[in-house]
Design a protein around this ligand. Structure first.
Ligand SMILES: C[S@@+](CC[C@H](N)C(=O)[O-])C[C@H]1O[C@@H](n2cnc3c(N)ncnc32)[C@H](O)[C@@H]1O
Length: 240
């Protein structure tokens, strides 16, 4: 999704009370139970809410990568000491990291071919015993996509913004759409386009295992206490 126009109000929407955020705190408490974290990379770090919380918990060796400079500008304001890289995370070099964190719709937003390439790159480059945490939206495939036309739905208002979502399924696993944010105070409108390629839990698990990784655990949002309102799965994957 293109976050460039959303960046300045992203935190008001998704984490209005940050740094107090029970959802992210639960995620961090869960992550802390795992060994390592000596050198962490977060892919799609956004405004730094997860990386920043990890930093505050003492994980000081942390790098955030994001393709959107406007999101990184917000992250840098909050965390001048964290290292941020402005790039597509598919180009990241994983050689020195022992944890990779991928949370917040990100894995859904790259094509399934790119997911495979990224997993292969990580497998090739990560040191042994590294862990990858993937938060992933677990949707079922959409076999009837051909019969469906453009879908329009209204989201809950957030602050002064009314949000509409327009999307269309192009294939059983591929959907394209845009969010429209309308500021009801001044009628200003901006758009954020998105594209998603879904994988079921079973197919993602198979892809991960075929790449050579070992699945350490698959946890539900309830088990972690962290959720993005959708039917998520969270997997920890180990490079043997
Ligand atoms: C929904 S935000 C999540 C931010 C953060 N992970 C969190 O959970 O708070 C998604 C971020 O991923 C970034 N992103 C999406 N695809 C990317 C890619 N291929 N390379 C780098 N950043 C990407 C977007 O620019 C955006 O800032």
């Amino acid at each position: 999704m293109d976050h460039s126009k959303l960046a300045k109000i992203y935190d008001q929407y998704y984490s209005p009370k940050w740094p107090v955020d029970n959802n992210i705190e639960a995620l961090i408490n869960y992550l802390k139970k795992w060994p390592g974290g000596d050198n962490i990379i977060e892919l799609g770090v956004g405004t730094g809410n997860v990386a920043g919380k990890l930093y505050l918990e003492g994980y000081h060796n942390i790098t955030g990568v994001d393709i959107c400079s406007e999101m990184l500008d917000q992250a840098k304001l909050k965390f001048p000491k964290i290292k941020f890289i402005h790039d597509n995370f598919c180009n990241a070099n994983f050689k020195s990291f022992d944890w990779v964190i991928i949370v917040g719709m990100i894995f859904t937003g790259i094509s399934n071919h790119d997911k495979k390439l990224l997993l292969e790159k990580m497998y090739e480059e990560l040191p042994n015993d590294s862990l990858i945490f993937i938060n992933f939206r677990n949707w079922n495939y959409h076999p009837n996509f051909r019969n469906e036309s453009l879908v329009e739905r209204e989201y809950d208002n957030i602050g002064t913004y009314k949000i509409f979502d327009y999307y269309k399924w192009l294939d059983y696993n591929h959907c394209k759409g845009k969010f429209e944010y309308i500021n009801i105070q001044n009628d200003e409108i901006f758009e954020a386009k998105y594209e998603m390629w879904i994988l079921t839990e079973k197919d993602l698990s198979e892809l991960v295992i075929d790449t050579g990784f070992k699945i350490m655990t698959i946890a539900t949002p309830q088990e972690i206490g962290y959720s993005e309102r959708f039917n998520n799965i969270n997997i920890w994957v180990l490079k043997k």
